[in-house]
Design a protein around this ligand. Structure first.
Ligand SMILES: Nc1ncnc2c1ncn2[C@@H]1O[C@H](COP(=O)(O)OP(=O)(O)OP(=O)(O)O)[C@@H](O)[C@H]1O
Ligand SMILES: O=P(O)(O)OC[C@H]1O[C@H](OP(=O)(O)OP(=O)(O)O)[C@H](O)[C@@H]1O
Ligand SMILES: [Mg+2]
Length: 281
């Protein structure tokens, strides 16, 4: 049976979601007005939906899997299951109010809170025993305080520039840390999903690792291997130069420049770093 996957059709997650699917070898729409697309070669159909609705479709089992934000999944209360963090669309969910006015969660007692995430906010207030009025707005919630509709807001913060522009600041603890996640239906997931999952995972791993090649004198190999042990161990091949070997090892992308410096210091030469585009580990 064709695997049916939901993809954000617009907003902060849309482009990165399409990119990761393309890199995973799936056909993606070329026109942002297309509502669905069949990739017949891979037997997958993609549905382009509002990120906020995706958890609902997947939770109900109408679609097999989807990409959405963790915050939206929690807000929806849908019974979908998180399978994997996707590493983009990172944000924090916060209360915010006029600069200098509020400092802690207790200050919220009796206030009017505007948000697009009523589920997350009411749950948080309930768990902390706070009684406040929650008003649902569709977006641009930062403006609601200035316009007198609310005393504080609860919203997604990434860089904080939208808050600053509205003369607001966060207060209290972070309500939740979010990022894009791959979700599936909680009941029967089709067998084919495992291939899809592995492909996406392969792209994520490929993004966070690089391949490092270097030449080194056999006698110095242990010192170099200690710096870069690799996943299973380095691949070591003979080199045309007597007493030297060629080494290939997968290393985390983060810190790879420093690693090149350190490998050089222990005698590695001809150090090359290359991107990996996809993998199965
Ligand atoms: N500035 C941002 N940076 C990173 N992630 C963000 C940002 N804004 C929203 N997100 C995340 O993207 C997801 C969907 O938000 P998005 O803003 O795309 O949807 P929306 O608010 O329903 O739609 P729209 O803003 O298009 O009306 C959420 O998981 C949210 O945490
Ligand atoms: O901290 P920042 O980097 O400024 O990003 C956070 C802003 O981005 C999102 O808004 P979006 O553009 O999705 O508009 P919306 O509020 O209408 O959803 C979010 O709702 C915040 O307003
Ligand atoms: Mg938004």
């Amino acid at each position: 049976m064709t695997l049916r996957i939901a993809v954000p059709n617009k907003g902060a997650l849309s482009q990165a979601a399409t990119e990761i699917l393309r890199e995973s070898g799936y056909r993606q729409r070329s026109d942002s007005k297309e509502l669905a697309l069949v990739d017949s070669e891979n037997d997958v159909e993609f549905f382009y939906l509002r990120p906020r609705d995706i958890a609902l479709y997947v939770g109900e089992g109408t679609l097999d899997a989807g990409i959405t934000g963790r915050d939206l999944l929690l807000d929806s209360g849908a019974k979908a299951v998180e399978v994997m963090n996707l590493g983009f669309g990172r944000s924090r969910f916060h209360f915010a109010g006029p600069i200098g006015r509020y400092t802690s969660l207790d200050d919220l007692q009796g206030l009017r809170i505007a948000t697009s995430y009523v589920g997350v906010v009411e749950d948080h207030l309930f768990r902390h025993g706070i009684d406040a009025t929650v008003t649902r707005l569709d977006g641009a919630v930062e403006t609601s305080v200035q316009l007198g509709v609310a005393d504080v807001i609860a919203d997604v913060v990434e860089t904080g520039s939208t808050l600053r522009a509205a003369g607001l600041e966060t207060f209290g603890e972070v309500i939740l840390d979010s990022q894009a996640v791959l979700i599936t239906r909680s009941d029967k997931v089709p067998d084919d999903f495992e291939i899809f999952r592995r492909r996406v995972e392969g792209v994520l791993v490929a993004r966070s690792f690089v391949m490092m090649d270097y030449d080194i004198e056999q006698s110095r190999l242990d010192a170099a291997t200690e710096l870069a042990p690799g996943r299973e161990g380095p691949t070591i091949s003979p080199l045309g130069k007597p007493g030297w070997v060629a080494v290939r090892v997968m290393v985390p992308r983060a810190g790879s420049q420093r690693l090149m410096d350190d490998l050089w210091s222990v005698g590695a030469r001809a150090i090359l770093l290359t991107d990996i585009h996809a993998c199965r580990l």
